[in-house]
Design a protein around this ligand. Structure first.
Ligand code: MG
Length: 202
């Protein structure tokens, strides 16, 4: 089958994960100041989330892709996304691919004795099929396993577990702003991206 022609993108596409990247949802009450409830979860927005989304929308086309259930994803997006910010897509588990997880032991080493399991992964092929040029796509996910097929496009933030003093989003925004105008976002080394920002002069 002929590949769909790549559409002309006005802005690069920024695909954002939800849980532990933009929000933390807990079935137990961590603090009384949760932001909203979805099903039986208390949801805490990552500090600076509203500003982060608005600022990102100026430079990127935004999309949401989570491996949580589709109805949960739709509910959370209703709560966190300003209605005037258009989204290229909102994808949940049904758009993920069930894959064998790598056998990584508790020390971070590949170990064939370690039990393997299946997990939902995100394959950027599905985004390319939508007509996006993968040189103009970034995907932010706190779980490297889930985006291991997206090497080159992926940025890994530290997981957000509901703490009030979390400062990841302002740093991530600063980093994304340094990337936004590059012609090939895949060719940029993104490991240790936090250090690149926190140690670079203003
Ligand atoms: Mg996550």
């Amino acid at each position: 089958m002929a590949r769909k022609p790549v559409k002309k993108q006005l802005k690069p596409l920024l695909i954002l994960d939800l849980d532990e990247t933009l929000i933390h949802a807990s079935s137990t009450l961590l603090r009384p100041d949760f932001d909203f409830q979805v099903f039986h979860y208390y949801v805490y927005k990552r500090p600076g989330l509203d500003h982060f989304l608005r600022a990102c929308a100026e430079r990127f086309e935004l999309a949401i892709w989570s491996s949580a259930s589709d109805d949960y994803v739709a509910e959370v997006v209703q709560h966190i996304m300003p209605p005037d910010i258009p989204l290229a897509f909102v994808w949940g588990r049904s758009r993920c691919t069930l894959m064998v997880a790598p056998q990584i032991d508790d020390f971070g080493y590949y170990n064939t004795d370690y039990p393997s399991h299946y997990e939902y992964a995100k394959k950027l092929r599905k985004v390319r099929t939508r007509g996006f040029d993968l040189q103009q796509v970034l995907i932010v996910d706190d779980t490297p396993h889930k985006v291991r097929n997206c090497y080159g496009n992926a940025i890994y933030p530290t997981p957000y577990l509901g703490q009030l003093d979390d400062e990841e989003l302002p740093i991530l925004l600063k980093y994304l702003e340094t990337l936004a105008t590059n012609e090939n976002l895949r060719s940029i080394e993104k490991r240790q991206w936090q250090q690149r920002i926190t140690t670079s002069p203003e």
